[in-house]
Ligand binder design. Structure first.
Ligand code: IMP
Ligand code: MG
Length: 328
């Protein structure tokens, strides 16, 4: 029987540290599941001081959890096996990794199209994501059942306690993000139900944000001039703000608190984690933006108190502030 579903979801433009949170809490769950996206994601986690990266396989694999890649994801078969080999060579149990037979496949043609027509214009990760979802909608896609080894396919019933691992984030959602500067999947909790459970089973929605905003790829909200601002260069360096899939330098801006507030409400967040607060301490700068006005604070404590008051004025959520490599 399925008892409870909790969801970890990003509230900004990705790269808030969702992987770290999943890694920290997944011990209490029976399954860790991905419901959206594909190899465009990059989850970085630290285990016994060693850095690991995954792109399509849920972070639950680091804790011997059953890991599910759902039918609303898209999967690159070669990259999937590469990741399996990498995890195997690092000593993790890859027999726990399962893919829905109905997951759509990313082909070489999708990747070529992405590189030719989308990468430059939209700043995509060039992984073939949009063309693969496009074929899915045209109902001419290829399915995992015909391309993935049987031992990795699974179409069973989820049971026990389920943790859903979001990829990409609120402002990249195909319905709610800043279209067309979005990805081609649904990044909000509503879409986690595509894994095959009733929305009534969802209990906690853990939203992950960051003490400042970053964006990899094109978005008019992040003009390229941001690259030249010395304050943001410092944050890029201290925060190691480079794309984990593409290696691209991320654009940095102060946290838009009103945007975060909106993302929290639309996502139904019950628990909020604001990551990388220590990076502001390292840079000795504490600023955020509300209604296009930049506010400055003397120290991290005042910065955090302001956030708390602003977000709690009309809702009840739990808020936790965290540091970059801090374990919860
Ligand atoms: P696509 O998902 O490769 O089509 O890229 C569309 C947009 O989403 C681009 O701006 C990418 O930089 C962004 N994006 C996609 N996946 C991620 C991610 O995992 N983290 C951050 N940005 C992402
Ligand atoms: Mg990432």
């Amino acid at each position: 029987m399925l008892n409870q579903v909790d969801i970890v979801v990003g509230l900004a433009w990705g790269d808030e540290g969702k992987g770290k949170i999943v890694n920290a809490i997944c011990k209490d769950y029976n399954y860790v599941c991905r419901w959206n996206g594909g190899p465009n994601a990059g989850h970085t986690i630290y285990l016994n001081n060693k850095k690991y990266k995954t792109h399509i396989i849920p972070c639950g694999v680091f804790h011997s959890k059953k890991c599910i890649i759902g039918p609303n994801c898209v999967i690159n078969v070669d990259k999937f096996y590469d990741e399996i080999d990498y995890l195997k060579s690092e000593g993790f149990d890859t027999s726990l990794i399962k893919v829905s037979p109905k997951t759509n496949i990313i082909t070489q043609r999708h990747i070529i199209y992405d590189k030719l027509y989308l990468q430059k214009k939209l700043g995509t990760t060039a992984q073939g994501i949009a063309p693969a979802y496009s074929d899915k909608m045209l109902r001419c896609g290829k399915l995992a059942k015909d391309y993935i080894d049987k031992k990795y396919l699974w179409d069973g019933e989820l049971s026990g306690k389920i943790l859903c691992e979001g990829a990409q984030s609120f402002w990249l959602d195909i319905n709610y993000g800043n279209y067309p500067y979005v990805t081609s999947s649904e990044t909000l909790p509503y879409s986690a139900c595509s894994l095959g459970f009733s929305p009534k089973k969802i209990k906690n929605i853990i939203g992950v944000a960051k003490a400042y905003d970053t964006k990899s790829g094109v978005d008019p909200l992040f003009p390229e001039v941001l690259f030249d601002i010395p304050e943001f260069k410092l944050i890029t360096d201290y925060g190691e703000e480079y794309g984990s899939t593409t290696g691209r330098k991320r654009l940095v801006n102060w946290l838009r608190l009103d945007h975060l507030d909106y993302a929290i409400k639309k996502s139904g967040v019950t628990n909020l984690i604001i990551n990388k607060c220590d990076i502001l301490n390292q840079a000795r700068m504490y600023k955020l933006i509300v209604a296009n006005i930049t506010k400055k604070f003397d120290n991290l404590d005042r910065f955090q108190k302001y956030i708390r008051k602003y977000l709690l004025k009309d809702k009840k959520i739990k808020i936790l502030f965290s540091g970059h490599k801090e374990v919860l």
